[in-house]
Design a binder for this molecule. Structure first.
Ligand code: C5P
Length: 221
């Protein structure tokens, strides 16, 4: 495969409740990170996987993933953005397409990875998977008063993996002055056009306790 995938997995996952780094929480008896990496490795495009692990967990994550797929493991940073930057720095020079994935999207199907990679290969320098927003979204003031109702038809919920021409992702990270929750946001900031492809319900982000229950149901299907 001609694609490298970065997997930031160094977050604490406090919103999931107590129990250690989120990427190492169990889903169907296996850590979320194992599920995520296994599915990435099943995508034919993927030739390199770099995981950013909790700083005190680099060797244990190496041991955990060795039977799953060949991976490089680097220490993560204080923020997701820093963890991505450290992982990006470890990608071998021959990979010109780089995807950024979240360990928390543990059930992301290999097909979605292929769709994103294909869009980058097809000429889009920045690509994100998106889904329509189901809830009505309102902007609310600090005091809890509705400021505006946003037109839902133009809104999309954004998933990972997000795909980039390597040079674009490097430039985005090198130019970032503030903190971003996703990599495409940094590409937008430097003026890149970000292309969308249809996302997947299976790529849900496991953030709160209910998400883990939902993921367990999906896994059993
Ligand atoms: O906390 P959140 O769900 O937004 O984290 C998204 C992803 O970024 C998770 O896979 C998490 O492990 C990772 N992350 C990281 N380093 C941090 C914070 C989050 O690798 N310092």
């Amino acid at each position: 495969g001609d694609v490298a995938v970065l997997v930031p997995a160094a977050g604490l996952g406090l919103r999931l409740g107590p129990g250690g780094p989120k990427a190492l929480r169990l889903l169907g008896g296996e850590p979320l990170l194992v599920h995520a990496v296994r599915r990435l490795a099943l995508a034919p495009s993927v030739g390199c996987i770099v995981v950013a692990a909790p700083v005190d967990g680099v060797s244990s994550v190496q041991d955990l993933l060795a039977p799953v797929a060949p991976v490089l493991v680097v220490p993560g940073g204080a923020t997701r953005q820093a963890s991505v930057a450290f992982a990006l720095a470890a990608v071998p020079a021959e990979f010109d397409i780089v995807l950024v994935h979240d360990a928390a999207r543990a059930l992301t199907p290999p097909e979605l990875v292929e769709d994103v990679a294909a869009a980058v290969r097809g000429g889009h320098a920045a690509v994100i998977p998106v889904l329509p927003v189901v809830d009505t979204i309102k902007q609310v003031s600090d005091s809890g008063i509705v400021v505006a109702t946003v037109d839902r038809s133009s809104l999309r919920a954004v998933q990972t993996p997000q795909g980039f021409r390597r040079s674009v992702l490097e430039k985005a990270h090198a130019s970032a002055t503030d903190e971003h929750t996703d990599d495409a946001g940094m590409a937008e900031r430097i003026g890149e056009t970000v292309h969308t492809v249809p996302g997947s319900e299976m790529a849900l982000k496991i953030t709160r306790p209910l998400d883990l229950e939902i993921a367990a149901l999906l896994l059993r299907q």
